[in-house]
Design a binder for this molecule. Sequence first.
Ligand code: DLL
Length: 433
Amino acid sequence: MFWNPRIERMPQKEIEEYQERKLRALIHNVYNHSAFYRRKFKEAGVNPWDFSGRKDLHKLPFTKKQDLRDNYPFGMFAVPISQIVRFHASSGTTGKPTVVGYTANDIECWAESLCRGLVSCGVSRDDVIQISYGYGLFTGGLGFHYAAEKVGATVLPTSAGNTARQIELMKDLKTTVIACTPSYMLYLAEYAYKNGVSLKDETELKLGIFGAEPWSEETRKRIEEKVGIDAYDVYGTSELSGPLFTECTEKCGVHIWADHFLIEIVDPDTGEQLSEGEKGELVVTTLSKEALPLIRWRTGDVTLMENEKCACGRTHPRIMRILGRTDDMIIVRGVNVFPSQIEHVLMQIPEVGEHYMILLDRKDDGLDVMTVQVELSEKAEVDKVSDMLELERKITEKLKSVLNVTAKVEVVNPGTLQRFEGKAKRVIDRRKI
Ligand code: DLL
């Protein structure tokens, strides 16, 4: 099923021509209406009248989170505040939040993008969608809300948290679709199980749309089995609007709507453009955003791009699963490790549960120690101490073969590690640098 079949299946050549026109208009628009971009372009020696389109894209300067912070709160806006109908903000880990403003048309484009995604996953007006992403300054709740209503589905705006109530409403109001972080879905399933409810047998759930944090193919399989649903990935960032892009029922990458967003993959160190299929940082230029247009926005997310038309018939480019962030790569004893690699290894081991934590410490002799704590699966039959030690040894070996680093593995009892209602924070870095 398609939300906007003409655009979603537009021949690639037409998409490119459309992008060219929008890109050229965008460059003039930001130059004329944003003091920030005018300054940046001048510094980079870019003259909008000489800019010929996509082939000149690499000449444009990047924009980064630090630019938003330096120009907090409105310095990068390209419209007067009277045209802004909403703000969202992301707290981030350090410093000021980043503030994103939206015109009425920005909200409309955001909803349109996610409507295409929802319908491509199989959501229709016959569905009851429980939105368990946080509502408020975070974009997850309201982003899904506007799109789901536009599709005509029945919205159950539970927001995150109050897990017992979530399960009760899910059963009583016959929720068919759930949208939340993958870690919260795992927690919901576990909570239900502990309270004698099988989400698989006692609810009408048929699909879930999970994102806002990295998750692996193995976690997808576990959620699908436990909950008896199809699990789809959704990607977006607050700066680009919020949740925007999803997989379709083929489950082979997230469709990026190229009539509104132009993507590149670049080498995170040099900024050089990489080719299709090469792993690098996702960089996005917004072609339709009015309030906060972003030129070559460095998302910090590592992935690869695929331009081949999807088996579903959609022609827009896809990105593969986010492998990690350029800034949350852990460096342990000089070796680069992404938390997603650790999850990938752990979730392949049947005796292991879904919850894990990564702790980093520095010993007195200056050496780093990475401890991976992971819960035993409820179903695992590991009773004897010797079995437990054997399991820890097996996990250590598997991690070593993939990461090239020896981790200290601690297998703990089910239910002992922290649970998360929103984005999971699985890495605790206690090293004093
Ligand atoms: O997390 C927007 C969102 C809400 C996306 C609901 C999906 C669902 P931020 O809080 O600005 O916005 O965080 C954006 O989250 O740069 C990625 O690092 C990460 N992220 C988002 N979706 C995924 C995903 C929202 N599907 C940051 N896989 C991004 C991996 C994701 N990481």
